[in-house]
Ligand binder design. Structure first.
Ligand code: AMP
Ligand code: GLY
Length: 426
C-alpha cells in the first residue's frame, strides 16, 4: 500500500517508524515530514497539509491508498471530509468530529447528552455574564477559550483577579476567534490520566496507557509545555480504568456522534481527572498524544497499517491490538528558550553516536552544515528495554550523546513519583 502520513512532529516520526515495519507498506509519503521521516520514504513540502483539495489532488498524483492524519489542524480544516468525499480511505475524523477537540462547548454538549461524567461548566459569549459568574463562584477558577489555542487557552488559578484578567484577555482577542466563546468550569482535583482509542464505525479499541510530563522542569516545576517526556507501561493506574473509559466515555460519545450523523474514524484521546468521586473527563483530543505515541509505537506488536486501514475501510470488527513485554521511556530534548521563545538554527551533533536508543525527530531540519534545530521540542530519545529502569538509563545515555547549545531536558522522566507531581498526566 502507498500511505500518506500528514504531520511533522515526533508523534508522526514514531507512527511512520511503525508503519514501515508492515509488510503491506509499499511506500510512505510524509507531508510535510521531517528529517527522520525523510529517511523512511518520500517527503512532500510544497503542498499545504491543511488545504483539503490540494491534499486530494496529491493523493491522485501519488496514487495513495490510505491517508493517516497525525495533528488536529488538518482535521479541523476538513481534510478528512474532502478525502472521504473523493472516496479516499482516511484515518482521522471529519471536521464535525474534530469539534470534540476544537470546541470545548461542543465537547460538553456531547458529554451531557451521552451522560459522560465531566466537570460542570457554563459557556459564555459575553464578558459581563462571564464576570458575574466568576464573582458568584469560590475558587479555584478554570477558564478555557472555547476554540483551538495550541494548548494555551486554559487558565487554572486560585486568584480571582487572574481569572478576571483572563476573561478580559479572551474577549479582547488574545486567542483570536478561539477566545470569542469561553467556558468556565468547576475545578476538579486529583491525578490526571489519558486513555487513547482507535475508533471506527461506533467501535473503540483502547491502547495501552502512557504517562507524559507536561511541565518544563524536574519535579513538575516551571511552565507548561507540549510534553517533555513519557513512559509506558504505567503500573499505578486504577485496574479497571481502561474498561471504564471504554464503556462510560468512548462508546457513549461515539454513539452520540452517530446520532448526529457524525461517523468518527480516528484516534480519540480522553483526558481524565481521577477525582475522589471517580474519573471525570477534562478534555478530548482527536489525535494521539505527543510524546505518548513515541513510547506506544515501540511497544505495539500488531501491524499498525493493518489496524488503521481496517478502521478506514471495513471497520474494526475482528481486529485486536497486541503489545510486547517491553518498556519504553522517551526523554525530549528541547531548544533553549522553549516553551516561550525557542531558539532555532542550532547545530545538532552526536546523532550518529546513538546506537542503543531510538531517536524520533520533531523540531529539526536539514541544512548544508548538517542537522539543525528548527523548533521547540527538537528530538525524542526513546530507550526500549525489558524494564522501565533499563529503558530509562538507555534513554538518558543517548540523550547525553546528543548535543546542541542550550539543550534542555528533564532528568526525572520515569522515576518513581515523589508526590509533588500529581498534576502530571498519564
Ligand atoms: P485541557 O486542555 O482542557 O485538558 O486543560 C489543560 C490542563 O488544565 C489539564 O491537563 C489540567 O491539568 C488542567 N485542567 C483543565 N480543566 C480542569 C478542571 N476542570 N479542573 C482542574 N484542572 C483542570
Ligand atoms: N501530550 C499531550 C498532548 O499531546 O496533547
Amino acid at each position: 500500500m502507498r500511505v500518506l502520513l500528514i504531520g511533522n512532529g515526533g508523534r508522526e516520526h514514531a507512527i511512520g517508524w511503525k508503519l514501515v515495519q508492515s509488510p503491506l507498506l509499499e511506500r510512505l509519503v510524509s507531508m510535510p515530514g521531517n528529517p527522520g521521516l525523510d529517511e523512511l520514504g518520500d517527503i512532500v513540502t510544497d503542498v499545504n497539509p491543511t488545504d483539503p483539495s490540494a491534499v486530494v489532488q496529491l493523493c491522485e498524483d501519488r496514487r495513495i491508498d490510505l491517508v493517516i492524519i497525525g495533528p488536529e489542524a488538518p482535521l479541523a480544516a476538513g481534510v478528512a471530509d474532502a478525502l472521504r468525499a473523493a472516496s479516499r480511505p482516511v484515518f482521522g475524523p471529519d471536521a464535525a468530529g474534530a469539534m470534540l477537540e476544537t470546541s470545548k462547548s461542543f465537547a460538553n454538549e456531547i458529554m451531557a447528552a451521552a451522560h459522560v461524567p465531566t466537570s460542570q461548566s457554563v459557556t459564555f459569549t459575553d464578558r459581563e455574564s462571564a464576570m458575574l459568574r466568576l464573582e458568584e463562584m469560590d475558587g479555584p477558577y478554570v477558564v478555557k477559550a472555547d476554540g483551538l489555542a495550541s494548548g494555551k487557552g486554559v487558565l487554572v488559578t486560585a486568584a480571582l483577579d487572574e481569572a478576571i484578567d483572563w476573561v478580559d484577555a479572551c474577549f479582547s482577542g488574545r486567542f483570536g476567534s478561539a477566545g470569542e466563546t469561553l467556558v468556565i468550569e468547576e475545578y476538579l482535583e486529583g491525578r490526571e490520566a489519558s486513555i487513547f482509542f482507535v475508533c471506527a464505525q461506533g467501535e473503540a479499541i483502547p491502547l495501552e496507557a502512557a504517562r507524559d510530563y507536561k511541565r518544563l522542569g524536574d519535579g513538575g516545576q516551571g511552565p507548561n509545555t507540549g510534553g517533555m517526556g513519557s513512559y509506558s507501561p504505567v503500573s499505578d493506574l486504577p485496574e479497571d480504568l481502561i474498561d471504564w473509559t471504554t464503556t462510560r466515555v468512548a462508546l457513549p460519545v461515539l454513539a452520540e456522534l452517530a446520532r448526529r450523523n457524525i461517523d468518527y474514524t480516528g484516534f480519540l484521546y480522553v483526558g481524565l481527572m481521577l477525582t475522589d468521586d471517580g474519573p471525570k473527563v477534562l478534555e478530548f483530543n482527536v489525535r494521539l498524544g505527543d510524546p505518548e505515541t513515541q513510547v506506544l509505537m515501540p511497544r505495539l506488536e500488531s501491524d499498525l497499517l493493518v489496524l488503521l486501514n481496517a478502521a478506514a475501510t471495513v471497520g474494526l470488527r475482528g481486529q485486536t491490538v497486541e503489545w510486547n513485554n517491553l518498556a519504553a521511556v522517551d526523554v525530549v530534548l528541547a531548544s533553549p528558550g522553549y516553551p516561550d521563545r525557542p531558539e532555532t538554527g542550532l547545530a545538532i551533533i552526536g546523532l550518529d553516536k546513538v546506537n542503543e536508543a531510538l531517536v524520533f525527530h520533531a523540531g529539526t531540519r536539514h541544512a548544508e552544515t548538517g542537522t539543525i534545530t528548527s523548533g521547540g521540542r527538537v528530538l525524542n530519545v526513546v530507550g526500549v528495554a525489558g524494564t522501565i529502569e533499563q529503558a530509562r538509563s538507555e534513554a538518558y545515555a543517548a540523550a547525553n550523546l546528543i548535543q546542541f547549545r542550550g539543550k534542555q531536558f528533564r532528568t526525572d522522566i520515569a522515576t518513581p513519583f515523589t508526590g509533588t507531581e500529581d498534576r502530571e498526566s498519564t
